[in-house]
Design a protein around this ligand. Structure first.
Ligand code: UDP
Length: 486
């Protein structure tokens, strides 16, 4: 008998931020479930984010074992305080992000040493490591890029970067149309990242140009999406923009048990069973779930507007408030708010078991900042959305949900900012109107039906024979044949 063929070994190198680490781990687990050896490279402080999920997976025997390889975060070289090894920590210290970012880029040498020693069959590296293509090339290893966003936003961002349609308008509160895409989508100039549309050269813009260059030069792109969700944009991305891409999502669906969903990404600030018991006590589709992801935060006056809108809407709610946003409990909410809403509302301070909550049938709407992971998790759970983008590519994701999929309504955010200021507050009336629009009435019913259909499509996509399942199989085959095809 001939020797067993060697297992494919894929190494994953996520950017050090929750929104990047969480889906990368899911992708790694998808490969591991297909008999691929999967290793995640990270740093000491970030290791627990992976080990808890990996341990849970091992405990329930889900056959998705992933190994970890730790690099030393260059704390001194980057000039960051001890332990400042991920974006969420760096964001809380004023002025720390550029140094933290520098630290992530200094990981290159250690990554290359690892690649030269281990010689894996493929490197899946985050978009924020554009140099990883060159690093992998040195050892003849194909590099795949993981952006962690939708096909729609990959297409729209690239077209806007190249064609600069925002230059057609004279001021920030004027709308421009994104050219060359199958839908008529308009954005305000104020909804664009200021650095990306600035006439002056800046580091962020240079970095994004490198990201785009590396996307073209790499072996291809892994997309956390599924064909049926955005078929037009899967086509634009691969055929018109000419990128080689494989969609394998929604990747969050690899978390099947309560334990996996409850512990995904971080230790939740609420016991998962307590959370489920609370949801079990509520009527079908009666709860609004509010979360703005791991990076965005709201100032106290904005928290007051949200609180008042929730109270006036009369809906049940689960509201995730980031620690730091509501340190002083007495001032975070209007006087007596928590007492008055204690039957209807559950406030989670810190980390929520988001996928577990969204998957519960009591949840009727998701108020989201439109980070792609959250957006896709909402879609996968079949929940209509109230969209409230803050920064990054979130304004594009909002357009996909509200104008292309038509499974959500916008709260009307107009300004690109991680922490919108007092001048940019969204008032209680606008928030309440949006909540009512997705929770009650004919329009809500239409959105709910669309959302349920998308949920079904998402599940089919990852089942054996589904579009994402098939793409993952094709990618594995391509990687197995990489050296013979060359
Ligand atoms: N998340 C979570 N609990 C929280 C906050 C976030 O589980 O309390 C997860 C969420 O499910 C998603 C990720 O963190 O998978 C956030 O990624 P996203 O792209 O939505 O936003 P970002 O945090 O990157 O802005």
């Amino acid at each position: 008998m001939g020797a067993e063929p060697k297992r494919l070994h894929i190494v994953f190198f996520p950017f050090l931020a929750h929104g990047h680490m969480i889906p990368t781990l899911d992708v790694a687990r998808l490969f591991a479930a297909r008999n691929v050896e999967a290793t995640i490279i990270t740093t000491r402080v970030n290791a627990p984010r992976f080990t808890s999920a990996v341990d849970t997976g091992n405990r329930i025997g889900n056959n998705q074992t992933v190994k970890l390889e730790l690099l030393r975060f260059p704390t001194h070289e980057a000039g960051v305080p001890e332990g400042c090894e991920n974006a969420e920590i760096a964001m809380r210290i004023p002025g720390m992000m550029p140094r933290f970012f520098k630290g992530t880029q200094l990981l290159r040498e250690q990554l290359e040493q690892y690649l030269s020693r281990v010689k894996p069959n493929c490197l899946v590296a985050d978009m924020f490591y554009p140099w990883a293509t060159e690093s992998a090339n040195k050892y003849d290893i194909p590099r795949l890029v993981f952006h962690g966003t939708s096909y729609f936003s990959l297409c729209a961002q690239e077209i806007v970067r190249v064609h600069e349609p925002y230059k057609m308008v004279l001021c920030n509160n004027e709308k421009f149309t994104i050219p060359l895409i199958p839908h008529d989508i308009k954005l305000l100039r104020s909804q664009m990242c200021p650095d990306l549309i600035s006439d002056e050269d800046n580091d962020f813009r240079k970095r994004m140009d490198l990201v785009k260059k590396s996307e073209v030069e790499s072996y291809g792109v892994i997309v956390n999406s599924f064909y049926e969700l955005e078929p037009d944009y899967a086509e634009v991305y691969t055929k018109e923009l000419g990128r080689k891409a494989w969609h394998v999502g929604p990747v969050s669906l690899c978390n099947r048990s309560v334990l996996e969903k409850g512990r995904r990404g971080n230790q939740a600030s609420i016991d998962e069973h307590e959370c489920l018991t609370w949801l079990d006590s509520k009527k079908l589709a009666s709860v609004v779930y509010i979360s703005f992801g791991s990076m965005s935060s709201s100032i106290t006056p904005q928290l007051h507007e949200i609180a008042t809108a929730l109270e006036n809407s009369g809906c049940n709610f689960i509201w995730v408030v980031r620690s730091g946003e509501s340190e002083n409990h007495d001032e975070s909410f209007p006087p007596g708010f928590e007492q008055r809403t204690k039957e209807k509302g559950l406030i989670i301070r810190g980390w929520a078991p988001q996928v577990l909550i969204l998957d519960h049938e009591a949840v009727g709407a998701f108020m989201t900042h439109c980070g792609w992971n959250s957006t896709l998790e909402g879609i996968t759970a079949g929940v209509p959305m109230i969209t409230w983008p803050h920064a990054a590519e979130q304004f594009y994701n909002e357009k996909l949900v509200t104008e292309i999929l038509k499974s959500g309504v916008s709260v009307g955010a107009k300004i690109w900012s991680r922490m919108p200021s007092v001048e940019d507050l969204i008032g209680r009336e606008a928030i309440e109107i949006a909540i009512r629009e997705v929770m009650d009435g004919e329009k809500a019913e239409t959105m709910r039906l669309k959302a349920k259909w998308l949920k079904e499509m998402a599940r089919k996509a990852v089942e054996e024979g589904g579009s994402s399942y098939t793409q993952l199989s094709a990618l594995i085959e391509d990687l197995k044949n990489y050296h013979t095809q060359k």
